[in-house]
Design a binder for this molecule. Structure first.
Ligand SMILES: Cc1cc2nc3c(=O)[nH]c(=O)nc-3n(C[C@H](O)[C@H](O)[C@H](O)COP(=O)(O)O)c2cc1C
Length: 162
């Protein structure tokens, strides 16, 4: 059975809810699903998977530092050993998210991963310090998009399309 690895970081809960929705979508589609916080994910976890979802906030016009640290820590240990594997990404942002998506795309291109779905970018519209620091609740429509990405990636992996 193939393994879908979902690596996430979340400070106020938004990206975590998005990652968990993708897990629910992938469940029952014929793959093993692993959900790992970025700070715990190791090169062996990356190598041991057949497809990936990266879920992160955008912070300071960048992917979150903890997610970047995951890539920094594992990048060269697995380079040239992931070629062609499928991936998707989920970005939780206050108002933008495009830079985080662009950065993940560049990293994943280096790994020769294959992006198999448009990035899901969810904007929480948090603008003030209070709103940015508050716990996030992602709405059902947005969670549905994350659920569908998980389901599509898992189904494609299980059937051999990816
Ligand atoms: C230090 C910091 C910087 C941020 N910078 C951005 C940014 O550049 N662009 C953006 O769209 N949102 C930005 N945000 C908003 C977060 O992306 C938003 O709060 C998101 O919900 C965080 O995801 P999380 O709930 O999974 O932690 C920033 C938040 C923090 C704490």
């Amino acid at each position: 059975m193939k393994t879908l690895l979902i690596v996430f970081h979340s400070r106020t809960g938004g990206a975590r809810q998005m990652a968990e929705a993708a897990v629910r979508g992938a469940a029952g589609e014929g793959v093993r699903v692993r959900l790992l916080p970025a700070v715990l994910a190791q090169a062996e976890d990356v190598l041991g998977a057949d497809g990936y979802i990266f879920a992160t906030p955008e912070n300071l016009a960048s992917l979150a530092g903890e997610m970047k640290e995951f890539f920094d820590r594992t990048y060269y240990a697995v380079l040239e050993r992931l070629n062609g594997r499928p991936y998707a990404m989920l970005i939780c942002a206050g108002s933008d998210g495009e830079n985080a998506a662009r950065q993940i795309r560049r990293i994943a291109t280096g790994w020769r991963l294959r992006l198999v779905a448009d990035p899901v970018i969810v904007c929480t519209h948090a603008q003030t310090p209070e709103a940015i620091l508050a716990p996030k609740v992602i709405g059902p429509a947005e969670l549905g998009r994350c659920h569908d990405i998980g389901a599509a990636l898992a189904a494609g992996m299980a059937s051999g399309i990816f």
